[in-house]
Design a protein around this ligand. Sequence first.
Ligand SMILES: [Zn+2]
Length: 340
Amino acid sequence: MTAPDRPATGAQDGLALAQRAGIHRIALPTPFLVGRVNCYLIEDDPLTLIDTGPNSGKTLDDLERALARHDRRIEDLELIVLTHQHMDHLGLLEILARRSGAEVAALDLLAPYLADFSRSAIADDDFAQAIMRRHGVPADLATVLGSLAAAFRAFGSSGRVTLPLGDGETLQLRDRTLRIFRRPGHSPSDTIFWDEERAMLIAGDHLLARISSNPLVSRPLAGPQQPRPRALLQYMNSLRATRELPAGLILPGHGDPILEHAELIDERLRMHRRRAVRVLRILDGHPLSAYEIALQMWGNVAVTQAYLTLSEVLGHLDLLVQMGQAAEREADGISVFEPV
Ligand SMILES: [Zn+2]
């Protein structure tokens, strides 16, 4: 899901600006395709770490060495803040919380999810299986992907959220106030942290500079279990809300800082509309399942990255349905889409 390259102008300036605000980026290795994940150490009272990186010895070792470069140890951490439920961002939670005794702050909706991570992850995987089968992914492929997902669960972590954060509330540190906004789309628990005084936003995976965040079709955290959450539609609404913030600097969960977020968000919104038009052309007259469309759009990637591409295509189909250009109906237990 790579977006057109943008120049990295200002990335260094962005990091320097963050450092002047007492925020250090710590980019930790992950076993995932996305590459490194950004954690942020905030020199404030309490001493705060945003996200932890995945649960692996290599990541823990790198984190300890990075903290040492700032004359800090894991035991010094006083507050751990989570941006969302994905394991590349929270896998070391249990270890860090135990060793430091730090408070753990996260979106209130995330607390029950984290209380038993493996149970939540199993429920997520079951949900993904049902989505894949309903949208035409062959059973044997779905099974293989299911066992892959199960193998990856060990990179996650359970944890006790001691400071549940509500949408719109604030998190008060000695030198800064962070306002909490829920921005679902990439995941149901995407949370962003807005420092109005500095016009600075810590955004997790809600907005990334060089790759478009995948609006993954995810099991809802609470409320009625809809047949299927409209992740891309939710994500586009979240992006529009973030566009309104007068942010001068955005610190994302992967890659470089973002300086011109409105322009980047406009580009993302345009890209999704373009992809929806491509999907509509593929539909051209005959009903297809989302998986069949994914195969035509993404070729072999639709097999190796089946859930990612399926989520992507379903998002664009939802956009077409919303615009009255496509309709969804059931045929032999499989959902098919056709042009209107
Ligand atoms: Zn991530």
